[in-house]
Design a protein around this ligand. Structure first.
Ligand code: F0G
Length: 458
């Protein structure tokens, strides 16, 4: 097979920053072993997130110049609205400054005490917005999705048997929404099959529960459906995306992922009453409904990016580049989430650092080692991010202890990725020298962003 190449040329570049291992040890210590507290100019390869970090295309930059900054009724809004309507089939489109702003508005309206919001896996900001409203977020991921080392084509699927049981148990009246995250970010960037979405929709419809899609990575999910699910090989990505959205009553989206934008998001839906309530809140928190927290130029960049992301050469390269890194790690024996996901490589840090107990945060210890060894910034998706405490103050760990290396879109080349693999393998071969961490300071919500840690040996 021929090498699948980057389907773009580079027109503009920016420097990356080199430093030494000794410098990085010092930087990490001063950042309290939390990668969110490191300056990006102290990072060599930044895989903290694929969100807002994409390289925009020349078309998008041209769109930036065409942005119309009128407060109301900007043509940039109408171009944006048209593209979102075309892809989602949803007539009511509400721009927000990013995904969590859409979540905040939605769950302020439909959440609240005594309510349950059910998902395959809620992303952390989604869960936080649900809990902030007083509602409870419930993850019903399929069994194979919880087993990092077991490959399966659609590990992001919802457990539909558990969904039926949950609805019977809690009552449909207490479940204002089911939301499916595509691809399932917190569960390894794994896709959801069309069949699963269809089945979830059937169950929701039988109980009059609206179904929403958290659509941040809809195009990557659509590509997986095309290459893995029977009956979709000859369909275009746009056709697949449209079918996917056709089962949903609405969606939230962070345009910072699959729209290649550096900022932005939206809500889209069919229900006019709900849209009216959302727009009323939008005016207070985001802005007038034709800009919603964004500049006209951002709306242009999103509209263009949403169409670009469905290019099949791009998606083939994108998914292949994640698989390429995953395969290099597998060959070296590094325990990774299988199969490769859509936007990131997930290392199973529980297996990688099996000598570090969960309450000493093996994921965060691995994140620290990757930074010190090679200047690579990654993020823990485990008990630092999702852990809770029981009544006695003991840690209730997360389901999995993953470390995510999220690959920004169109930003790094194959040699950057080769370097990343070399560093991870070096850390793996020296893993027994790594020790655990303890938390010295933390916030009540989303603690991973600001928590301070220290080596347990100190
Ligand atoms: N939903 C999912 C599945 C996400 O991955 C994110 C963001 C959001 C919602 C919120 O969107 O950042 O625009 O407010 N994920 C980023 C990440 C932050 O690193 O995975 P946002």
């Amino acid at each position: 097979m021929q090498t699948i190449i980057e389907p773009f040329r580079i027109k503009s570049v920016e420097p990356i920053y080199f430093n030494t291992r000794e410098q990085r040890e010092d930087i990490l210590k001063k950042a309290f072993y939390n990668p969110f507290l490191i300056k990006s100019t102290d990072v060599l390869i930044d895989l903290l997130t694929d969100s807002g970090t994409s390289a925009m295309s020349s078309q998008q930059w041209a769109g930036i110049m065409q942005g119309d900054e009128s407060y109301a009724g900007s043509p940039s809004f109408f171009r944006f609205e048209h593209v979102v309507q075309q892809i989602t089939g949803m007539p009511l489109v509400i721009p927000t400054h990013q995904g969590r702003a859409a979540e905040k508005i939605l769950f302020s309206i439909i959440g609240g005490k005594g309510k349950f919001i059910v998902s395959n896996t809620l992303f952390d900001t989604t869960r936080a917005n649900i809990e902030y409203s007083g509602a409870v977020g419930v993850d019903l991921l399929c069994a194979e999705g919880k087993l990092p080392s077991v490959p399966a084509p659609f590990k992001g699927n919802m457990d539909t048997v558990a969904l039926e049981r949950f609805i019977a148990d809690k009552g449909a009246a207490n479940i204002p929404l089911v939301i499916i995250t595509v691809t399932n970010n917190s569960g390894g960037g794994q896709p959801v099959s069309m069949q699963n979405v269809r089945e979830v929709k059937r169950i929701c419809a039988a109980h009059n529960i609206p179904l929403f899609i958290d659509a941040c990575r809809f195009a990557e999910n659509a590509w997986f459906i095309k290459i893995r699910e029977e009956g979709y090989a000859t369909k275009t990505v746009e056709e697949i995306a449209r079918e996917l959205f056709s089962y949903a009553d609405g969606c939230t989206m962070s345009a910072k992922k699959d729209a290649f934008a550096n900022i932005g998001g939206f809500l889209a839906m069919h229900n006019a009453d709900l849209a009216l309530q959302c727009r009323n809140l939008l005016v207070i928190t985001e802005g007038f409904p034709t800009y919603g927290g964004l500049a006209g130029r951002d709306l242009e960049a999103i509209a263009i990016g949403l169409m670009e992301v469905m290019d099949e050469h791009y998606l083939q390269y994108r998914i292949r580049s994640i698989e390429y890194l995953t395969n290099k790690l597998i060959a070296a024996g590094v325990p990774v989430m299988l199969p490769a996901g859509g936007h990131a490589v997930y290392i199973d840090s529980k297996a990688f650092l099996s000598h570090i107990p969960v309450h000493q945060y093996p994921g965060q210890a691995l994140v620290s080692a990757l930074y010190v060894t090679g200047g690579i910034r990654s993020v823990e998706i485990g008990s630092l991010m999702f852990g809770k405490y029981d009544d006695n103050g003991a840690l209730i760990p997360a389901q999995m202890e993953l470390v995510r290396l999220a690959i920004p879109r169109r930003v790094y080349t194959q040699s950057h990725i080769d370097y990343v693999a070399e560093v991870i393998i070096e850390v793996y071969n020296n893993r027994l020298k790594i020790s655990g961490l303890k938390i010295t300071e933390e916030a009540a919500m989303l603690r991973h962003f600001t928590a301070k840690l220290a080596p347990v040996t100190e």
